[in-house]
Design a protein around this ligand. Structure first.
Ligand code: C5P
Length: 217
């Protein structure tokens, strides 16, 4: 039998895009590849998969229901709506969500003036989607990702506890964005284990194996 047969898995992937004005915005270099690889692998493992995706150039993985969003707030709302529509067994937060949005985004395109003045952006904090879901009663099994550029072992363990999640996945090094391969460290309540460098699809399958055997039954 497939390891996730009958399970519902909700996943976020890709970057978010936070508008400055109707034609400009702030985003990041997340390609969505790791999240999309996990979404596909989960479907192949028998799960019903809902993928909430920020802007990426990737095709929807076969069999996966994809919901497109742009901003962190929209991603948050789509995740909560999916959770309200159907009970989810697993939530995997892979998206590189912007920590801040532009609070004074302009309704019209910003114009250059004759003076040298530049636009002054004011930021507001975005909701933490993963922490919100993890704090819900009857929360799905929550898996977070961390892209740290240093001290991964220390920060990874701390982040898992701070977000109050059973499993946190650290990307080794900060050179994963856009690449086809990756190297992961899994943090749970017992400590950490490494998944050595491999292509993202292989790692996705291995990660789902690790998730499946940790699921409460
Ligand atoms: O705190 P940090 O942003 O490093 O945490 C990363 C993890 O939290 C990732 O799993 C990411 O998808 C999730 N996250 C989120 N909502 C945010 C920020 C991060 O779901 N606003």
């Amino acid at each position: 039998p497939k390891i996730l047969a009958g399970k519902h898995l909700l996943i976020t992937a890709g970057p978010t895009f936070e508008p400055i004005d109707p034609v400009r915005g702030i985003t990041n270099l997340s390609s969505g590849k790791m999240g999309y690889a996990i979404a596909l692998a989960a479907w192949e493992a028998g799960a019903q998969v809902t993928l909430v995706s920020g802007p990426t150039a990737l095709e929807a993985p076969h069999g996966v229901r994809r919901i497109h969003v742009q901003t962190a707030q929209q991603m948050h709302d789509a995740v909560l709506k999916s959770l309200a529509q159907h009970k989810q067994d697993i939530f995997v937060a892979v998206a590189a969500v912007a920590d801040w949005r532009v609070a004074n985004a302009s309704e019209h395109k910003l114009k250059k003036t004759q003076h040298d003045d530049t636009p002054q952006l004011v930021f507001a904090q975005n909701p933490d989607i993963l922490a919100t879901v993890a704090a819900m009663t009857g929360a799905p099994y929550c898996v977070g990702f961390a892209a740290e550029s240093e001290n991964l072992l220390e920060y990874g363990a701390a982040k898992r506890i701070k977000k109050n999640i059973p499993l946190l996945v650290g990307n080794i090094g900060h050179h994963t964005f856009g690449k086809d391969d990756n190297e992961l460290v899994l943090f749970d309540e017992h400590g950490h284990t490494a998944l050595p460098r491999a292509d993202k699809q292989t790692l996705a399958i291995q990660l789902l194996g690790e998730i499946a055997r940790r699921l409460p039954h």
